[in-house]
Design a protein around this ligand. Sequence first.
Ligand code: FAD
Length: 296
Amino acid sequence: MSKALIIAQSENGARELSVAARSLAQEVVLFVAGANAFTNVADKVCHVDVPGNRIADDAYVSLKNVFDSEAPQYILAEDCLASLSLIGRLAAQTGAAVITGVRSFDGDTTESLYFGGVGVRYAKSLSDVKMYVIAQDAFDASLATGSDLVEEVAFIEPDCAVEKLSSEALPPASVDLGSATIVVGCGRGFASKDQLQLARDLAAKLGGEVGCTRPLAEGADWFPREAYIGVSGQVVAPHAYIAVGVSGQMQHMVGCSGADLVIAINKDKNAPIFSQCDYGFVGDIATALPALTAAL
Ligand SMILES: Cc1cc2nc3c(=O)[nH]c(=O)nc-3n(C[C@H](O)[C@H](O)[C@H](O)COP(=O)(O)OP(=O)(O)OC[C@H]3O[C@@H](n4cnc5c(N)ncnc54)[C@H](O)[C@@H]3O)c2cc1C
C-alpha cells in the first residue's frame, strides 16, 4: 500500500497536505512537532512533544525514526519555517530531492509557481522517495479526512541543537492588504517614520490600506512584516496600487502585478518604476503627497 508522510505545524496546513497526499497515496501519516496533535486529518498522527528549551526544527532525529519505521514513498511538508527545516534535514539525511511550491500534481509531475507568480514550472522528482513542499492554499483543506489515532513519539535530542531563549506572541496583523481595493505602497523614499503619515492620509482619503517595500518592514521596522509586498511578502491585487518613493525592483513589483492600475510617485524621473506604471508623477513625497491628498 502506498504511503505519504506529511509534516505540518498548523491545523489548516495539515488539512491541506492531507488532501494533497491522498491524491498520491492510499495511507497518510501526519508528523507534528510541538503543536497540538491535530486529529481527523490523517490515518495516524505521530506527535512529538518538543521540550520548552528547544524548537520544533530540532525534532529531526525523531522525524527520521518515524520515516524509517513508516517507510513512506511520499513526504509532503507545509510551507512554514519548521516544516521546511525538517524536510530539508530529512532530504539531506536520505539523499532525496525536494520540489518546492507545489500547487498541483499530474501523476509524478508537479506544477509550481516561481518568483511570486511570474512563471509556472513543471518538474518531476527522480528520487525513490518523492519530497514536496506544498504551496499555501493550493488544496482544499475542508476535504481532509482521517482518524483520531495519535501515537506519541519521543523527542530525541539532536547532536546540533538550537537553544530557545524566549518567545512572545506578536500583536495580530494590523493590515488587510489582500482585500483592499486601493493600496498605497511606501518605499525607501520616505525620510522618516513620521513622514509615513502622508501616505496614511492619502490612503484614508481613498478608503485604502497602506503597505510597503521590504526594507521598511525588515530592517527599518517601520511596518509589521505582513505589510510588505513582493516576491517574499504579500501578493496584492487591488484596483489601484499607488507606489510612493518605490524604485520598482522586480522583487517588489511581482507582488503588485495583479493591480488593475499602477500609479507611481518618485522624485527620480529615471526610476525603473516609471516604465512599469500606468501613471507616473515626478515629484518629492514631502510636497506631492499632501497636494494629491488635498486635491482629492
Ligand atoms: C531574494 C530577495 C527577495 C526580495 N523580496 C522583496 C520583496 O518581497 N519585496 C520588496 O519590496 N523587496 C524585496 N527585495 C528587495 C528589493 O530587491 C529592493 O531592494 C526593494 O524592493 C527596494 O525597496 P524601495 O523601492 O523601497 O527602495 P529603493 O530601491 O532604495 O528606492 C527608493 C526610491 O525612492 C525614491 N525617492 C527617494 N527620496 C524620495 C523623495 N523624497 N520623494 C520621492 N521619491 C523619493 C528614489 O528615487 C528611489 O527610486 C528582495 C530582495 C532580494 C534579494
